[in-house]
Design a protein around this ligand. Structure first.
Ligand code: FES
Length: 104
């Protein structure tokens, strides 16, 4: 059954940036858009499992630090070679200054 898990404080993520979040042995990436909307994806790149939290965030896109594969972090969509498999995304919500991720 899906559960809302507290991931971080809203101020832990700068606008247009990403931070890592770990829960139950899994890695996630939490993003904050320039207009303060929060998103969450799988923490590892779908290409060779590099951690995406070390990547570059710009214009709604996360660029993997290993081979520069790019994903739309709002949808998880892979944007072309070398990344061909979309990232899993997770619903988020903000309550009382905390960002929650809905995990199954
Ligand atoms: S590991 Fe991310 S693009 Fe290759």
């Amino acid at each position: 059954m899906p559960q809302w898990i507290p991931a971080c404080a809203t101020d832990d993520v700068d606008p247009e940036d990403v931070i890592p979040f770990e829960h139950a042995g899994e890695s996630y990436a939490v993003y904050r858009s320039p207009d303060d909307v929060y998103y969450a994806t799988a923490g590892h790149c779908s290409h060779e499992r590099e951690l995406l939290c070390d990547g570059l965030v710009m214009g709604g896109v996360i660029e993997c630090p290993k081979h520069n594969g790019r994903f739309d972090y709002t949808s998880g969509k892979a944007m072309g070679a070398p990344v061909l498999v979309d990232l899993r995304t997770y619903p988020t919500k903000v309550e009382g200054g905390t960002v929650y991720i809905e995990l199954a």
